[in-house]
Design a binder for this molecule. Structure first.
Ligand SMILES: Cc1ncc(C[n+]2csc(CCOP(=O)(O)OP(=O)(O)O)c2C)c(N)n1
Length: 515
């Protein structure tokens, strides 16, 4: 067995089954070894940002890492933005990056660069393999690092001679650690706050607390104390819809978030960090917790927030089955022109049960979350790190992880243009992804930000940097060119008809919505 096979067999033994790859010459031994390792599925991405975003989406749904395979520093660098998003989502990801042969590094050949320095800002763990004999142990360590609770990005840099040379065989998976438990003292303190402040308290959820068990406990607490359930503005994954507790997102703009939270005396954090503004603005604070509202941590993202929430519910004597659950209710099918309200209503009206929604719809997406609160149960994923171009790749990875479920990529046009190659991967892999592109022909959020900064009449140059209208981008045509059947709609009625049709057929499809 060579180093490449040793790496793949070790990853497989640790439960990794998928490799989102865009390889080059330094990874040839790994490419060849894939055929010798039954059970490891390679998925080709035509841009590294597709591979890393897909690994994020896969991890969010499978709760375990995939491999990404990228080519030296430049290949990896193309994937960094979506690894940034994965890091913010606390998704477990194992990056494997091929490097020059150890003895060829000194020659400083054209593709040679300092890969570790590129990897560090997005990786909690980085290791350079030094010899073929260590490749199995290094791989096992990389997987263990990625699975460190709640999930981290781990990067293994592997010189090509270590891949092609004979190695020692595969290593066993290292034992998985469990999340650190929350001290009883923290649970008691949070219980006191919730009981004292009651409906003047927000229980603020993140990470595993937004999964079914965490939500059930949070719902018991809300039913018992009257507290309001909220979650991060951009949740990595939340289970929602009919039969599940209703959780609101904290508004994006700091003025709105501060105004909302100013009505409360306390915020209790469960699996989430204290919320901060996405950007600094003149005369606005970084923290979104207003003066006069106290903040208290029940569980950090690294701690076992689910067990802590259940213990807290018991501590305050919340009845076991008192979970206030959301009634099934959908908006009626909308009619008329396409805008954020009718698009949100159409999607909420037709959302299939048990689907996964990846929301990178930016400004057009805003009304959807509230409109779909009573839709059939579904999973919602958001852009966690603000690095746009995550939606289509993440939807692709989610579909690889959950082939039995329909994935809906709710996608803003400007953001979608960063990584539209993901559509080709969806077509090639036959993934059940329905993409709804919000073609508003602009970077609307940037126009909003210009106005917020007082530039209500932007000049020609400023306008040109926020408009996508010239030339007009034709998404349906691009999708067809990448192997994904697509249609274009410009009314809410047509959107409903086409969406119903798209959801009924297997494989990927795309609806371009002219907003
Ligand atoms: C990687 C990256 N590059 C640039 C930006 C800055 N940025 C934020 S939103 C945005 C445009 C979003 O436009 P679109 O996706 O069309 O959504 P809309 O605002 O029109 O709803 C840009 C360029 C970013 N957040 N991330």
């Amino acid at each position: 067995m060579n180093g490449a096979e040793s790496l793949l067999r070790t990853a497989l033994a640790a439960g990794i089954e998928v490799c989102f790859a865009n390889p080059g010459t330094t990874e040839m031994a790994l490419v060849a070894a894939l055929d010798a390792v039954e059970g490891m599925r390679p998925v080709l991405g035509l841009f590294e940002g597709v591979c890393t975003g897909a690994a994020d989406g896969y991890a969010r749904m499978a709760d375990k890492p995939a491999l990404t395979l990228t080519h030296l520093g430049p290949g990896f660098a193309n994937g960094i933005a979506n690894l940034h998003n994965a890091r913010r989502a606390r998704s477990p990801v194992v990056n494997v990056i091929g490097d020059q042969a150890t003895w060829h590094l000194a020659a400083d050949a054209p593709l040679t660069s300092d890969i570790a320095s590129l990897a560090r800002p997005v990786s909690a763990w980085v290791r350079e393999v030094r010899m073929p004999a260590s490749i199995a142990a290094d791989t096992a360590a990389a997987v263990a690092a990625a699975r460190h609770v709640p999930g981290r990005v781990a990067t293994l840099i592997v010189p090509s001679d270590c891949l092609w040379s004979p190695a020692e065989g595969a290593a066993q998976a290292l034992p998985l650690e469990s999340p650190s438990s929350v001290p009883t003292e923290m649970i008691r303190r949070a219980a006191t706050t919730l009981q004292k402040c009651g409906s003047k308290c927000v229980l603020f959820l993140g990470g595993q607390a937004m999964r079914l068990h965490g939500l059930a406990a949070a719902s018991r607490i809300a039913a018992s104390t009257g507290c309001r359930l909220m979650c991060e503005t951009f949740p990595s994954r939340i289970e929602r819809g009919a039969g599940r507790p209703a959780v609101e997102k904290l508004p994006y703009f700091p003025e709105q978030a501060l105004e909302l939270l100013s009505k409360y005396e306390a915020i209790v954090l469960a699996g989430a960090l204290a919320p901060v503004a996405f950007f600094g603005y003149p005369n606005l604070p970084s923290s979104l917790i207003p003066n006069g509202c106290s903040s208290e941590t029940l569980a950090t993202p690294e701690q076992d927030s689910v067990t802590a929430l259940a213990a807290l519910a018991d501590e305050i004597g919340a009845p076991a089955n008192d979970a206030g659950t959301t009634q099934l209710s959908r908006p009626p099918r909308p009619a008329g022109q396409l805008d954020s309200a009718t698009v949100g209503a159409a999607l909420a009206a037709l959302l299939p049960e048990n689907c996964i929604v990846m929301d990178e719809a930016a400004t057009t997406g805003l009304p959807f979350f509230a409109a779909s609160a009573g839709a059939p149960p579904h999973t919602y994923l958001a852009l966690t790190g603000g690095a746009i171009g995550q939606g289509l790749p993440c939807a692709t990875g989610a579909a690889v992880a959950s082939p039995e479920r329909r994935v809906i990529a709710f996608q803003a046009d400007g953001s979608g243009m960063y990584t539209l190659q993901a559509l080709w991967t969806q077509a090639r892999e036959g993934l059940n992804v329905t993409t709804l592109v919000c073609n508003n022909r602009r970077y609307r959020i940037l126009q909003v930000e210009l106005a917020r900064a007082g530039m209500t009449e932007p000049g020609r140059k400023a306008r040109s940097l926020t408009s996508l209208a010239n030339p007009e981008i034709e998404w349906a045509k691009m999708a067809a060119g990448l192997g994904v059947p697509a249609v274009r709609v410009d009314t809410a009625e047509a959107l409903c008809t086409e969406l119903e049709r798209a959801l009924a057929v297997p494989g990927p499809n795309l609806i371009e919505m002219l907003i």
